[in-house]
Design a protein around this ligand. Sequence first.
Ligand SMILES: CC(C)(COP(=O)(O)OP(=O)(O)OC[C@H]1O[C@@H](n2cnc3c(N)ncnc32)[C@H](O)[C@@H]1OP(=O)(O)O)[C@@H](O)C(=O)NCCC(=O)NCCS
Length: 178
Amino acid sequence: MREPPAAGAVRLRPWRRDDLESLLRHADDADVSRGLSTRFPYPYTRADGEAFLSGQVLDLSGPVFALEIGGQACGGIGVQQGSGERRHAATLGYWLGRRHWGQGIMTAVVAAFAPWAMDELGLYRLAAQVMTGNPASARVLLNNGFTEEGLERQAVLKDGVLHDLRCFARLRAWPPAS
Ligand SMILES: CC(C)(COP(=O)(O)OP(=O)(O)OC[C@H]1O[C@@H](n2cnc3c(N)ncnc32)[C@H](O)[C@@H]1OP(=O)(O)O)[C@@H](O)C(=O)NCCC(=O)NCCS
């Protein structure tokens, strides 16, 4: 798969086995894992990092990329595409190491990645779901042409707490222009 375009100083490139140390440095953080699936645990152990980099957590041959800043993998972004009658749709996920938050980085990364992924995979719907306690992630999506579609109530049970999910999507017009 081609590499997505860079977002300023952030390169989007495939994960590599030698990303382990930088992955652990940025991923092992309760504030990062809080808004993510339990596939991204806290503490984030060396075994978790090794399992991720060997493709046991996500299929790394798909559209899943490290965010490289200053030569280090400081975060990740990827999409999971549907199949069959949902092949035109995908779900977006992303995270960034805390020391890089609040500088507009993920807004810029999603601005570069979302149109690229929609072109590359032939998508007409790119969805993202955000826990209600994660307003920064919702802002990233709203900054990038995603529309809030509704609330999936009590959708996630994490650490003994039920969370509602805010549902967002960015669409492309159908039928495609000829
Ligand atoms: C969510 C996350 C990716 C944001 O990355 P970032 O690079 O800091 O985001 P940006 O700087 O591009 O934009 C953050 C936006 O959120 C806003 N924001 C930040 N904290 C906020 C808060 N507590 N309440 C409301 N808005 C907030 C900022 O003002 C900015 O919005 P604006 O551009 O309209 O001013 C990052 O915090 C992260 O990785 N979190 C942990 C993993 C995660 O939750 N991933 C998303 C799962 S759905």
